[in-house]
Design a protein around this ligand. Structure first.
Ligand SMILES: Cc1cc2nc3c(=O)[nH]c(=O)nc-3n(C[C@H](O)[C@H](O)[C@H](O)COP(=O)(O)OP(=O)(O)OC[C@H]3O[C@@H](n4cnc5c(N)ncnc54)[C@H](O)[C@@H]3O)c2cc1C
Length: 465
């Protein structure tokens, strides 16, 4: 339970529990010599009063602020509370043994610049500032960054209009972006290919998201925030008390930053009515074996996205160490934690999500059927590499040999309109706050998003839609 014993999520492996409790053993060995920790996660832990598990906190805890989830949003909210009120008691309950085990540690690691979003959105409001704050943070903490920028390229003349629209949005959002011609594009990224014009974003930067989240969690622990890992939220007991793991937590303010499970937790408090999370899986392919000089690209290269969808299309991401990956896909997942095979399968989830997907597929709402068909094809390495190849002059697709760690988007669906919710959403009242739809670029936007959320809470404005 020590906050300093934080192994990297990518060094954790999961295996079925051999003790017959129907759960999974998370087994973590940190290369940094933190030693080994393991705990039992029982099946059916989420709000339905599943059986208890070893390694969880017991007894009772009283705290002024109780946060569910040690992803980047939970951590950013804890940081904001600490900034505003250094003496407040703040506790974070997290079902996994480490911070950022889910989306926050499984994303592209891109600090977005903020030009995709319409100026009236929360995404537009927080992304530019979040990009700046995280770059400052990484500099202060000596965390690796790759300030390689990004180009958005057009495959044909029609897409050139998409480039101009992104430039208009960037200008409105106060983001530094420039339209460049093919010659200038060649100077920025010689291998990029475009039809006429491209968009250059110099402030787009890549970071190691696991290192960033782990660093922030360590800062917070050092500043007195209490972390309870391996402690899943189970249910709302009423009178400002919840059960998490085997512990009753009494709180002044409850903050739900539960990512893929945030809608269910919110419903226990009377929120998230008329919405549900639809999981979309993002998988990556990594370019292997090339020496630094032989890497195909050095700048992030993105296609013009379909602005009607919240996904950006297959693109090249340059990691902090310069290695290259392509992805992520946006494949409809069948349950919330549907990372690989049948691991973490949840039958209630499977039933509900398959039900929604069947309905959206039949009606082709928001183009879901077309999206599903085109995304499923990306399980083929050759097909995925061919999508990336369209963005560059030369590429050896056979080098994309290794699948990277998949991540799952906690995308909110409006169940009345059968449309995906595009902007971040927060609901809550004087007692509880629920972060819903913290989809991309919520990693980038997390610090100003957390500040805005706490500000509204303090002023009593609330968010009930
Ligand atoms: C494939 C992919 C690529 C992305 N790329 C980018 C990018 O390049 N740049 C960017 O800015 N954003 C990106 N994003 C988005 C970004 O990763 C997310 O917006 C962000 O991580 C959301 O953070 P979060 O804290 O809300 O969720 P999470 O990271 O999922 O954290 C939620 C936490 O709550 C915990 N939890 C859930 N239920 C319970 C419970 N019952 N009890 C206790 N704990 C619980 C979970 O274990 C988890 O740790 C990407 C996302 C994906 C999936």
């Amino acid at each position: 339970m020590s906050p300093l014993l934080i192994p990297r999520p990518d060094r954790i492996r999961m295996s079925p529990d051999r003790r017959g409790a129907g759960g999974f053993v998370l087994d973590s060995r940190s290369a940094a010599g933190f030693g080994r920790c393991s705990l039992l996660l029982a099946a059916g832990d989420f709000g339905s009063g599943g059986s208890g598990g070893k390694g969880m906190a017991e007894g009772s805890v009283t705290t002024e602020y109780l946060i569910v989830g040690a992803g980047i949003m939970g951590l950013a909210l804890a940081r904001e509370i600490r900034e505003r009120d250094p003496s407040a008691r703040v506790s974070v309950v997290e079902k996994e043994p480490v911070p950022a085990w889910h989306a926050s540690g499984r994303n592209s690691g891109v600090l977005h610049a903020g030009f995709y979003y319409t100026s009236d959105s929360l995404k537009a409001r927080f992304t530019r500032e979040g990009n700046r704050l995280w770059r400052d943070y990484c500099r202060e903490r000596n965390l690796p960054m790759n300030p390689c920028g990004k180009v958005v390229v057009a495959k044909n003349e029609d897409e050139a209009e998409g480039i101009r629209e992104l430039k208009r949005r960037g200008d409105k959002n106060g983001v530094e972006v420039r339209i460049v011609d093919e010659k200038e594009l060649g100077e920025i990224e010689p291998n990029a290919r475009t039809a006429g014009i491209a968009l250059w974003s110099p402030t787009t930067t890549t970071v190691d998201p696991v290192a960033v989240a782990r660093s922030l969690a360590q800062d917070l622990a050092a500043r007195g925030v209490r972390f309870f890992y391996g402690t899943p939220y189970r249910k709302n007991l009423g009178n400002r008390r919840i059960l998490a793991g085997e512990t009753v937590f009494s709180y002044g303010t409850f903050i739900n930053a539960g990512g893929l499970h945030a809608d269910r937790i919110a419903r226990d408090f009377g929120f998230a009515q008329g919405v549900t999370i639809l999981p979309f899986k993002g998988v990556y392919l990594e370019y292997e074996g090339a020496s630094p000089d032989a890497r195909p690209v050095r700048t992030n290269i993105y296609p013009v996205p379909d602005l009607a969808q919240p996904f950006l299309g297959i693109h090249f991401t340059i990691k902090v160490d310069g290695t290259v990956k392509i992805g992520p896909t946006a494949i409809p997942a069948f349950w919330r934690e549907n990372y690989a095979g049948f691991s973490r399968v949840d039958l209630r989830d499977l039933r509900e999500i398959l039900g929604w997907e069947a309905r959206l597929f039949a009606g082709n709402d928001f183009g879901f059927r077309d999206l599903a068909f085109s995304e499923i094809r990306k399980y083929s390495r050759a097909y995925m590499a061919s999508q990336a190849k369209a963005l560059v002059r030369t590429l050896d697709p056979s080098r994309f040999t290794r699948w990277g760690r998949p991540g799952i988007r906690a995308q909110l669906l409006d169940t009345k309109t059968c449309r995906l919710v595009s902007d971040f959403r927060v609901e809550g009242d004087r007692e509880s706050i629920h972060i819903l739809n913290a989809v991309s670029p919520a990693f980038t936007a997390s610090l100003p998003f957390a500040a805005w959320t706490l500000g509204r809470f303090r002023s009593g404005e609330g968010w009930r839609p």
